[in-house]
Design a protein. Structure first.
Length: 213
């Protein structure tokens, strides 16, 4: 095992503290957020989820029976609302076909099988699937996103052109497979990516990893 990943986690946790991510009241709300957050920021997703809550449409059965036009209108703040309406409908169809609309029943399924099932749903790619698995279903899988790739590339831990699963495997084989650890580590990397390791004009001098070796 390479201790470097554990050291990065410890440095970030000591500097930034627990992130309390994913912000949601139920596992189903996490899933909805994971789908809506594609290609947008969380502030927009929060507005869409707030609309769904006000409409009392944040449960699987209610959302599944919601007319398409109304669903589209409610999630409009999340952007790409026509595409995301279709993706939500595809997931809901999967949920009711495979698990009778029960997220609790989904959780009883094995990680590998469930991941393959999620990836078969139109509009759900590796990052979204793993976000659902980790944050909504409590499965020990690490979520790789643009922040992860950028931070690890700049610290020469990866080349930067590896595919999603190569980066994920590198991290997971060098860390204990623990849901809470993966949860916090991913959330901490997101925070660093947003505040310090930005795509343009990075704030390296203030980054907790500035002097990391």
């Amino acid at each position: 095992m390479k201790p470097v990943f554990k050291k990065i986690y410890q440095r970030l946790y000591a500097s930034l503290g627990p992130q309390g991510w994913w912000p949601a009241e139920t596992p189903f709300e996490v899933i909805i957020g994971a789908i809506l957050t594609q290609n947008t920021n969380w502030q927009n997703v929060a507005k869409a989820i707030s609309n769904l809550k006000e409409a009392k449409a944040i449960t699987a059965r209610t959302l599944y029976s919601l007319p398409r036009k109304r669903l589209t209108r409610l999630i409009r703040p999340a952007g790409y609302y026509n595409i995301k309406t279709e993706r939500l409908e595809c997931f809901l169809k999967f949920l009711f076909t495979r698990y009778r609309g029960s997220v609790r029943k989904m959780r009883t399924q094995g990680l590998n099988t469930l991941r393959l099932q999620l990836l078969s749903v139109k509009g759900i790619g590796p990052e979204t699937a793993d976000s659902i698995l980790l944050y909504a279903l409590g499965k020990p899988v690490f979520v790789v996103d643009a922040y992860t790739r950028r931070i690890f590339t700049r610290h020469s831990l990866i080349k930067g052109d590896e595919d999603y699963h190569a980066i994920q495997n590198l991290i997971m084989k060098n860390l204990k497979r623990n849901v809470q650890l993966f949860n916090e580590f991913h959330a901490l990397l997101v925070e660093v990516g947003k505040k310090f390791c930005r795509k343009k004009n990075p704030r390296c001098a203030r980054c907790p990893l500035q002097q990391f070796k």
